[in-house]
Design a protein around this ligand. Structure first.
Ligand SMILES: C[S@@+](CC[C@H](N)C(=O)[O-])C[C@H]1O[C@@H](n2cnc3c(N)ncnc32)[C@H](O)[C@@H]1O
Length: 300
């Protein structure tokens, strides 16, 4: 790890370092990780953070430095991405991210109530919900659809920022979960904005199209049965207007999409859809590594 990291730093960090520092790094890169860490520590004061162009870790704090080494990686694809540095989010960093989320009180209450329920891991994270709400606000969205409500966390985040005349069609097949969601829509004073549809989401989406509602929605969020995502995407592409957004959750599937050893049906279907969307000229795209990964698609 240390070797890999030290080598990677020669592509970015070194531009900002003096020659002695560069020489020292060259020496470090040939050391074993343990020796490298020890040597870094003895260099206290020689330079601050030689590993990353951004941070300025205090070398006195050896454990911070070690954590930093474990958190920052460099792309490894023959320079195709200019040896881009990127971070992996460990629990400590994620706690920090969450501490920077403005979570409305009612959403916090719903999250806490849901924590003890079956399937609570399915809920989007507070940082994801905040991003969804922001997208809705940026769009000035009035008409939204959610596929996969569970107990209502993401749908409530969206409903809270919709204008009074806004409408969110909330599709969920499980009545027990919907009852919790409906209670929270009431508590938050947004139930007049939410059109709850109990049943299979594909059926609801087809009925909206049959009802003449094509191209009339601004925003849609897909977060239900993953193997159905392609069908939801196609139906929602009919329902969303040009310029509107379709956001798909779980596109990284806990990292399994990038692991060639994983070939289960769910992972394969997510990979297939990711590839299809990448090649789909009907939408502009951005895959965002937030939560379990979300792809934001804008209809052209
Ligand atoms: C990942 S959870 C949704 C989490 C929710 N977005 C949140 O943030 O709390 C997926 C939900 O989709 C529902 N679901 C799965 N397949 C469905 C289908 N075909 N039609 C409607 N709902 C479905 C499940 O019952 C489950 O509650």
């Amino acid at each position: 790890m240390a070797y890999r990291y030290l080598m990677s730093s020669s592509n970015m960090g070194l531009r900002f370092m003096s020659y002695p520092q560069k020489n020292l790094l060259t020496v470090f890169s040939s050391l074993s990780p343990v020796t490298a860490f020890a040597s870094i520590k003895t260099l206290k004061g020689a330079f601050s953070c030689s590993y990353c162009v951004r941070c300025q870790f205090n070398l006195d704090d050896f454990s911070s430095k070690k954590r930093h080494l474990e958190r920052v990686y460099t792309t490894n694809s023959n320079g195709k991405f200019s040896n881009k540095q990127f971070i992996s989010v460990d629990p400590q960093l994620y706690e920090y991210i969450l501490s920077n989320v403005r979570e409305p009180e009612i959403l916090g209450q719903l999250r806490e109530e849901t924590a003890s329920m079956r399937g609570s891991k399915m809920q989007v994270s507070p940082d994801q919900a905040q991003l969804l709400a922001m997208l809705v606000q940026i769009l000035g969205a009035k008409r939204c659809i959610e596929v996969g409500v569970y107990t209502g966390y993401s749908s409530l985040a969206v409903a809270l920022v919709l204008p009074e005349s806004g409408r969110l069609v909330a599709c969920e097949r499980d009545l027990e979960y919907l009852e919790v969601a409906k209670r929270y829509y009431e508590l938050a004073g947004v139930s007049h904005k939410v059109d709850v549809r109990h049943g299979l989401a594909a059926y609801t989406l087809k009925s909206l199209i049959a009802n003449g509602e094509a191209s009339s929605y601004d925003f849609a969020f897909i977060d239900a049965e993953k193997r159905m995502n392609e069908e939801y995407f196609e139906l929602l592409l009919q329902l969303v207007r040009v310029g509107g957004l379709i956001v798909i959750d779980n596109v990284l599937w806990y990292g399994k999409v990038a692991d060639p050893m994983v070939d289960d049906k769910k992972t394969d279907s997510i990979r297939r859809l990711n590839k299809k969307i990448l090649e789909d000229d009907r939408v502009g795209i951005s895959m965002v590594p937030i939560g379990d990964g979300m792809t934001i698609c804008q209809k052209r």
